[in-house]
Design a protein around this ligand. Structure first.
Ligand code: FAD
Ligand code: ZN
Length: 475
């Protein structure tokens, strides 16, 4: 049976683009292991179609054989959603060969690209044409736009430009039946019924396969300035955010918060990065001001903002980057927190969201709760405060066996944190999605009517549950 399917797949995409464990010297681990090394599955085959028609042919062949498909882009996802399970029965459908830029419409401010286009290449293409594609995250050198849309990725400029969903106008999708939905419109307005685009965005490969997208472009800012401020409390950080909105308006494109322990890990593992102002403050904040006038204008705005913040006691010390290189250096420190955490050892990651106004109370309550329940536990708290989205990560106590900690405490820690999130009317995933890691938790926290509607949609679009089964919704 599986030999027939492999033969059908080879006929669909060419023999060189179907990899199996039976191939001499085969090593499929790049497709079978997730980025965080949380899971290592075994694929029946890895298939790499080179066109939408080939994707459709692969889906039809798998549907005919009753074989499950795991779509995969850059495989940078953080919730174990893009790798096969360990049964050896699932086909990994890699989109990385579908990477062409199909069209740029300067007057319509849109760019149409294929799903496997690496985010950084897409940003570069936009920039060379004089535009900004504002989706930006630390994995941009290897994640793909298809994966970004499938997970509705966020990143560092959501505050101003929204997440992947807000940047997408149209999609081309191969359905679970192997049909092609040609929805690549560049329309900003279209009220002709249910929004299928928004259904596929964020569906984590469980409803169909995104093969191309039409995306929004923005004008490049004339200047981008970055500031780093030490704040005395989280309440002060929230008040500073309000002040920054007032002073900078639409120019405020980034507002990140970083806890002292998180920055201490960067200082410990990457001392060459020279983390500023972290030793004397519980939190530091990174602000970005994108200005359509000039650098001088942006600098003057930042100075007025910081002066007011000092007067109000919201900031205890601050630096404004003097050059683009310095600005990149400050962002690099922020983006190095997850890497420093990985250096420190395995950890429990969260990407929760809470209304911004409740974040200080949530953190005070949940920090104390975790300390009480698991003495010595270390909290690596940082994230996109401007979006109310925290990476409220939990690291084993110093000196403890991190693997053992993860095995024994992950479910308990997740439950403690997610229950607290629910008390504050937040979400258990603001960015990374549900994947396999949170699929068991979702039914406890999602509105039951919403969950029922999600199941009905899954049943209607993928009645045989062949599209990334077990992800988002448990059987
Ligand atoms: P994959 O990991 O390959 O897949 C992710 C999910 O999408 C899987 O469920 C997969 O089945 C599905 N999928 C992939 N392609 C398609 C497709 N074409 N059609 C249908 N389904 C598909 N995420 C954020 O939101 N914000 C961040 O700031 C952020 N920072 C990160 C930093 C680092 C260092 C790393 C490693 C990850 C980070 N992530 C972040 C998570 C990750 O990069 C994003 O989820 C990204 O959008 C995944 O893209 P990918 O191409 O790697 O997708
Ligand atoms: Zn993030």
């Amino acid at each position: 049976m599986s030999a027939d399917l492999v033969a059908a797949l080879r006929a669909a995409v060419g023999p060189a683009q179907v990899l199996t464990h039976d191939d001499p010297g085969a090593d499929l681990s790049a497709w079978e292991q997730d980025w965080r090394k949380r899971a290592h599955g075994r694929a029946l085959a890895v298939v790499r179609p080179g066109s939408t028609a080939e994707v459709a042919a692969v889906v039809r062949a798998c549907a005919a054989a009753g074989t499950a498909i795991v779509p995969q882009g850059g495989n940078t996802g953080l919730v174990v959603g893009s790798v096969p399970d360990d049964t050896g029965t699932q086909v990994v459908l890699s989109l990385t060969r579908l990477s062409a830029v199909r069209a740029l419409d300067a007057a319509n401010l849109t760019l149409t690209v294929e799903a496997g286009c690496v985010l950084q290449n897409l940003q570069d293409t936009a920039e060379k044409a004089g535009f900004l594609f504002p989706l930006s995250l630390a994995a941009e050198g290897s994640c793909t736009i298809g994966g970004n849309l499938a997970t509705n990725a966020g990143g560092t400029q959501v505050l101003r430009y929204g997440n992947a969903r807000d940047l997408c106008l149209g999609l081309e999708v191969v359905t679970a039946q192997g049909e092609v939905w040609h929805g690549l419109t560049g329309l900003r307005k279209d009220n002709t019924g249910y929004d299928l685009r928004d259904l596929f965005i964020g569906s984590e490969g469980t409803l169909g396969i995104i093969t191309a997208a039409t995306l929004k472009l923005y004008p490049l800012p004339a200047a981008q300035l970055t500031a780093w401020a030490a704040v005395p409390t989280l309440d002060a950080a929230v008040a500073l955010l309000g002040l920054a909105h007032q002073h900078l308006g639409a120019g405020l494109t980034g507002f990140e918060v970083m806890g002292q322990f998180a920055l201490g890990l960067v200082d410990k593992h990457f001392p060459a990065l020279r983390v500023p102002l972290w030793q004397d403050s519980p939190y530091c904040v990174l602000l970005e001001n994108s200005d359509s006038e000039s650098e001088a204008h942006a600098r003057a705005q930042f100075e007025r903002l910081l002066e007011t913040a000092f007067e109000q006691g919201l900031v205890s010390d601050a630096v404004v980057a003097g050059s683009l290189a310095q600005a990149h250096g400050l962002w690099h420190i922020r983006e190095s927190i997850p890497l420093a955490q990985a250096e420190e050892g395995l950890n429990i990651k969260h990407d929760i969201s809470i209304p911004v106004s409740s974040i200080p109370a949530f953190c005070a309550e949940t920090d104390a709760l975790l300390q009480r329940e698991i003495p010595g536990v270390r909290l690596v708290n940082f994230g996109h405060l401007g979006d109310g989205n925290l990476h409220y990560n939990v690291q084993a106590p110093a000196g403890a066996d991190a693997k053992k900690f993860l095995n024994e405490q992950e479910t308990r820690v997740n439950t403690l944190v997610f229950d607290a999130v629910a008390r504050y009317h937040g979400s258990i995933s603001a960015e990374h999605g549900v994947g396999s890691l949170k699929a068991d938790h979702l039914p406890h926290y999602k509105d039951p009517v919403a969950l029922g509607l999600m199941r009905a949609i899954k049943q209607a679009l993928d009645p045989h549950h062949l599209m990334n089964p077990g992800r988002v919704l448990t059987p």
